[in-house]
Design a binder for this molecule. Structure first.
Ligand SMILES: *[C@@H]1O[C@H](CO)[C@@H](O)[C@H](O)[C@H]1NC(C)=O
Ligand SMILES: *[C@@H]1O[C@H](CO)[C@@H](O)[C@H](O)[C@H]1NC(C)=O
Ligand SMILES: *[C@@H]1O[C@H](CO)[C@@H](O)[C@H](O)[C@H]1NC(C)=O
Ligand SMILES: *[C@@H]1O[C@H](CO)[C@@H](O)[C@H](O)[C@H]1NC(C)=O
Ligand SMILES: *[C@@H]1O[C@H](CO)[C@@H](O)[C@H](O)[C@H]1NC(C)=O
Ligand SMILES: *[C@@H]1O[C@H](CO)[C@@H](O)[C@H](O)[C@H]1NC(C)=O
Ligand SMILES: *[C@@H]1O[C@H](CO)[C@@H](O)[C@H](O)[C@H]1NC(C)=O
Ligand SMILES: *[C@@H]1O[C@H](CO)[C@@H](O)[C@H](O)[C@H]1NC(C)=O
Ligand SMILES: *[C@@H]1O[C@H](CO)[C@@H](O)[C@H](O)[C@H]1NC(C)=O
Ligand SMILES: *[C@H]1O[C@H](CO)[C@@H](O)[C@H](O)[C@H]1NC(C)=O
Ligand SMILES: CC(=O)N[C@H]1CO[C@H](CO)[C@@H](O)[C@@H]1O
Length: 291
C-alpha cells in the first residue's frame, strides 16, 4: 500500500496543471476575470499586449461593487463574452442591431447600410389593449425584425402618430431596442412601464447580443487561406481551424476536433489554455510522473 500512496502523492505534486480548468484563457500576466466574468483573449484588460487590437479592449471598473466590465470604445457594460463569436452587453433601450419595438401608437423602423441600404420596421396602432397577448410579439403592441447579417451600423427611428394621447392610460411611451431574440418575452405590463434594469442615470437597459469576428486582412481578401498567409495578423493558433464567421463580419477560430481551450491564443506556453487535446496532455504528464 505504501508505494501506491507515494505514487498518488507524486502525481498530485508534479502534475498540478493537468486539470484544464486551472489553465488561463488570457495571455500571460493579463487579468483573467472581472468579478465572475471571464475575459478570454482576443478580448483583454489593461496592457496593449493583453488584447488583439483596440477593438477588443475592455475595462474592469472596480469603483462599482461588484466590479463591472465595460467596453472601452462605447462605455457600454458587458455581461458575458463567448468565444463562439458573440458577446452580451447592456444597452440603452432605444438602440441598434437586432430589433424589437413595443408600443400602441408607434412607427418604428431601422435603417442600415453596408454594400446596400435597407429599411425595415413596423407600424402598430392598438387603441384597445384587449387584443394584446402576453408572450406574443407578432404585431399587436410588440413586433420584432431581424437585421441582415454583416451590418455593423444600424440606426433606429421611432415616431408616434397621436403622441400616445389615445392610449396614454396603458401605453404612455414607445420603446425600441435590440435584444437577444430568446431573452425578451413580451408582457402587456411593459407597455405601461418598461424597466428591466436601470443604469446609474435611470435609463432602462437590456442585454444586447453582438456578434464579433476577426476582420479580414483586406476587404478583397476574404478567405481563411488568404488570412493565413499573413502570419502576423492571422488570429488562430496552432491546432485550430479558421472559418467564415456565421455573422458575415469576418472570420473566427475554433479548436480542432478533440481539442479544447481558447483558439485565439497561440504562443505555445503550457500555462495558457490554447487549444490542447486533454488526452495528449495527460499522457505526457503521466509518463513524466512514472519516470
Ligand atoms: C456566460 O455565458 C456562458 C454560456 O452562455 C455561461 O455558461 C456562463 O455562465 C455565463 N457567465 C456569466 C458570468 O454569466
Ligand atoms: C469607473 O466608473 C466611474 C463611474 O462611472 C468613472 O467615473 C470612472 O472613470 C471609471 N473608471 C475607469 C477606469 O473607467
Ligand atoms: C443612455 O442614453 C442616455 C440618453 O441618450 C445617455 O445620457 C446615457 O449616457 C446612455 N447610457 C449608456 C450606458 O449608454
Ligand atoms: C445608401 O444611402 C446613402 C444615403 O442615405 C447613399 O449616399 C448611398 O449611396 C446609398 N448606398 C447605396 C448602395 O445605395
Ligand atoms: C412568455 O410569457 C408567457 C406569459 O407570461 C408564458 O406563457 C410563456 O411561457 C413565456 N415564454 C417564455 C419563452 O418564457
Ligand atoms: C404631438 O406633440 C407635439 C409637440 O409635443 C406637437 O407639436 C404635435 O402637434 C402633437 N401631435 C399630435 C397629433 O397631437
Ligand atoms: C400579462 O402579464 C402581466 C404581468 O405578469 C399582467 O400584469 C398582465 O395582466 C398580463 N396581461 C394579460 C393580457 O394577460
Ligand atoms: C486588394 O486590396 C488592396 C487594398 O485594399 C490592394 O492593395 C490590392 O492590390 C488588392 N488586391 C487585389 C488582388 O485586388
Ligand atoms: C465552431 O464550432 C462551433 C461548435 O462546434 C460551430 O457551431 C461553428 O460553426 C464552428 N465555427 C467555425 C468557424 O468553424
Ligand atoms: C505536463 O504538463 C504541464 C502543464 O501542461 C507541462 O508544463 C509539462 O511540461 C508537462 N510535462 C511533460 C513531460 O510534458
Ligand atoms: C480573393 C482575393 O482577392 N485574394 C487576393 C488577396 O491578395 C493577394 C495579394 O495581396 C492577391 O494575390 C489575391 O488574389
Amino acid at each position: 500500500m505504501g508505494p501506491l500512496l507515494l505514487l498518488f502523492f507524486l502525481l498530485f505534486q508534479l502534475c498540478p496543471a493537468v486539470v484544464p480548468s486551472a489553465l488561463s484563457l488570457t495571455k500571460p500576466g493579463c487579468q483573467e476575470k472581472c468579478e465572475n466574468l471571464l475575459v478570454p483573449y482576443p478580448f483583454g484588460i489593461g496592457d496593449t499586449n493583453c488584447y488583439r487590437n483596440p477593438n477588443f479592449e475592455v475595462v474592469c471598473n472596480d469603483t462599482y461593487f461588484p466590479p463591472k466590465l465595460f467596453w472601452v470604445d462605447t462605455g457600454k457594460e458587458i455581461v458575458n463574452i463567448s468565444l463562439q463569436g458573440q458577446y452580451r452587453l447592456l444597452n440603452n433601450v432605444s438602440s441598434d442591431y437586432q430589433f424589437t419595438a413595443i408600443g400602441c401608437d408607434i412607427m418604428a423602423y431601422l435603417y442600415g447600410s453596408k454594400d446596400y441600404n435597407f429599411t425595415s420596421g413596423c407600424i402598430m396602432l392598438c387603441p384597445n389593449k384587449d387584443a394584446l397577448i402576453n408572450g406574443s410579439c407578432t404585431g399587436f403592441g410588440c413586433c420584432q425584425t431581424s437585421i441582415p447579417k454583416g451590418y455593423k451600423h444600424v440606426e433606429t427611428h421611432v415616431l408616434s402618430f397621436y403622441n400616445h394621447t389615445n392610449v396614454y392610460d396603458f401605453n404612455p411611451c414607445s420603446y425600441v431596442f435590440v435584444v437577444d431574440y430568446n431573452w425578451y418575452n413580451f408582457s402587456t405590463s411593459d407597455l405601461l412601464n418598461f424597466n428591466y434594469y436601470l443604469d446609474d442615470e435611470g435609463y432602462p437597459q437590456v442585454p444586447l447580443v453582438v456578434d464579433w469576428a476577426i476582420d479580414w486582412p483586406t476587404k478583397n481578401n476574404t478567405s481563411c487561406e488568404e488570412a493565413m498567409k499573413d502570419k502576423t495578423s492571422y488570429a488562430c493558433g496552432i491546432n485550430n481551424v479558421c472559418g467564415i464567421s456565421k455573422n458575415g463580419l469576418g472570420y473566427s477560430c475554433n479548436c480542432s476536433q478533440g481539442y479544447h481551450g481558447n483558439p485565439y491564443l497561440q504562443n505555445g506556453n503550457q500555462d495558457i489554455n490554447e487549444c490542447v487535446n486533454p488526452n495528449d496532455n495527460l499522457w505526457s504528464n503521466f509518463s513524466f510522473c512514472f519516470n
